[in-house]
Design a protein around this ligand. Structure first.
Ligand code: ADP
Ligand code: MG
Length: 238
């Protein structure tokens, strides 16, 4: 499960309409990338899906249920932020299990889920370390682990790799793609990086000034850009 439908969703801050009403459907299991220049509204759109930002108009449906008025924690989504705020005094095990302890889940169930998450993210050997003893990439994986344990219907990533150096970024891209291959859970991934979009996405949503310029597969966008903006942004030879 994890089909997300945006129906005439818009956002105005003060008297500035940063996102005019837009429609978008994200199919269950799809890896969708929102790409566009800085300030085009990617984070705002993602935050509205997550429930962290009110809609000015429109509605959002997840798996057939209208969640427009549903609080973030009840939407069944996992948000992985740009700056991965891990608790420095807690071990990896405690960090990953933290959301479950908040939900007052039984300790044996927490342990089981943390181990499963750690296995799928290659963190088994690091469970007793603290964030300060980990590399940037490992810390990023812990942040993702904290999202996985809640078994969300979709993952929302907001430029999760922008704090990492170039070499690490390539490795993490691959890891997130592999995670999607294994889990087949819906993922929405925000980036301003065209290469990231082209290499990771099943479906790319190109945004400019809050408007959707084109929606399509990487190949669609490369071979059939609908306008000059998309062509220029994706770096097509034309
Ligand atoms: P992106 O993530 O694509 O860089 P954002 O969604 O962060 O873009 O921002 C889109 C636009 O909305 C920008 O012009 C930004 O300045 C504006 N904006 C974002 N959040 C707020 C806010 N809380 N109050 C006022 N303006 C905002
Ligand atoms: Mg942003």
């Amino acid at each position: 499960m994890g089909r997300i439908v945006l129906d005439q969703v818009s956002k105005t801050f003060g008297d500035v309409e940063v996102i005019p009403p837009l429609d978008l459907t994200i199919e269950d299991g799809e890896f969708t990338v929102f790409v566009g220049p800085s300030g085009c509204g990617k984070s705002t759109l993602l935050r509205m899906i997550a429930g962290l930002e009110d809609l000015t108009s429109g509605a959002i449906e997840i798996d057939g249920e209208d969640v427009t008025e549903v609080s973030p924690s009840k939407r069944g989504l996992a948000m992985v932020f740009q700056s991965y705020a891990l608790y420095p005094h807690m071990t990896v095990r405690k960090n990953i299990g933290f959301p479950l302890r908040m939900e007052k889940m039984q300790q044996t169930e927490i342990d089981k889920r943390v181990e499963t998450a750690a296995q799928s993210l290659n963190l088994m050997d690091y469970l007793d370390r603290k964030p300060g003893q980990l590399s940037g990439g490992q810390r990023q994986r812990v942040a993702i682990g904290r999202a996985i344990v809640r078994d969300p219907s979709a993952f929302l990533f907001d430029e999760p790799l922008s704090n990492l150096d170039a070499a690490l970024r390539v490795g993490m891209r691959l890891e997130i793609s592999e995670m999607h291959e294994r889990m087949r859970t819906t993922m929405i991934y925000v980036t301003h990086d065209q290469v990231e979009a082209m290499t990771m996405a099943n479906k790319i949503v190109v945004l400019q000034a809050g408007r959707i310029e084109q929606v399509g597969s990487p190949l669609d966008l490369y071979h059939k850009p609908q306008n000059v903006f998309v062509a220029g942004f994706i770096g097509s030879p034309k």
